[in-house]
Design a protein around this ligand. Structure first.
Ligand SMILES: [Zn+2]
Length: 268
């Protein structure tokens, strides 16, 4: 193989791996941000549950204070009732007592509702807190993994840079410039040529060019996509074999009726 073609083929593998690693490194902070956002959501759920419990308790204390207030009023009305002079005054006081008792009853109903509500709020707080605990542990684990992965990727990238520089320094300037241009535009600069076609853009190459590509002795570019073409004899062999088998099988099928008459097992 032409040494430049050999080096560019290797270089392309390294460049592709380097861009995969670069993308992965760039994507990791985003992944961490996503899981942290999820964690923040769970934290907010816990805070909301706590706020609801606090609100419940505040309302309950208010209700209890209201009951006390109404009870004091009732006591006052009752003590006043012993010193009223007219039936109307007495009825008016008793009306006030009745009203205060209704208010107390209403507050008691509300307190009962709040107590039932509190039980549910406390249950959902426990669930939210348990979820948050698990989630926080998962986030720490994922963050640690992301950090390790980033460090590993960066180490690999550094290793690739060395190999990359070495390969680039050995390639003819114009071939390298062509490679860089196509790589920038198409994210791949090398393509296999098979069955007289560029396997990247599937456009046919001229028979003369095809013969030249098959030798792998020159830098030949695809007229359509600009990629540098190489020939792999192994894929031609791999393709030829199933075709041969097919032919053999066809011959076998033709021979079968005769063999069936004699009830013999075909041997291969
Ligand atoms: Zn092409």
């Amino acid at each position: 193989m032409n040494p430049d073609l050999q080096r560019l083929t290797e270089l392309e593998k390294i460049d592709r791996e380097a861009s995969r690693l670069t993308e992965e490194v760039a994507g990791l902070p985003k992944r961490v941000a996503t899981i942290e956002a999820k964690l923040a959501e769970h934290k907010a759920a816990v805070e909301q549950a706590k706020a609801r419990i606090k609100g419940n308790e505040t309302t309950r204390r208010q209700m209890e204070a209201d009951i006390k207030g109404f009870q004091e009023k009732i006591a006052k009305y009752r003590s006043q009732s012993s010193s009223v002079k007219t039936n109307d005054e007495y009825r008016a006081l008793m009306h006030e007592v009745e009203f205060a008792e209704k208010q107390i009853s209403g507050c008691e109903d509300k307190i009962l509702e709040l107590m039932i509500g509190l039980e549910n709020e406390e249950k959902s707080l426990k669930v939210a807190e348990a979820e948050l605990k698990t989630e926080a542990a998962d986030v720490e684990k994922e963050k640690a993994e992301a950090h390790i992965r980033t460090a590993e990727d960066e180490k690999l990238l550094a290793g690739l840079t060395g190999k990359r520089d070495e390969l680039r320094s050995g390639v003819d300037y114009s071939a390298l410039a062509h490679y860089d241009r196509v790589m920038r535009q198409r994210k791949s600069a090398i393509a296999e040529a098979r069955d007289q076609k560029c396997m990247a853009c599937f456009v046919m190459v001229r028979p003369q060019t095809w013969q030249e590509i098959r030798t792998n002795e020159q830098i030949i570019t695809c007229n359509s996509c600009g990629r540098i073409l190489y020939f792999d004899p192994a894929s031609e062999v791999a393709q030829a074999e199933p075709a041969k088998k097919k032919k053999a099988r066809a011959a076998e099928v033709e021979a079968e009726p005769e063999q069936a008459e004699h009830e013999t097992t075909p041997t291969q």
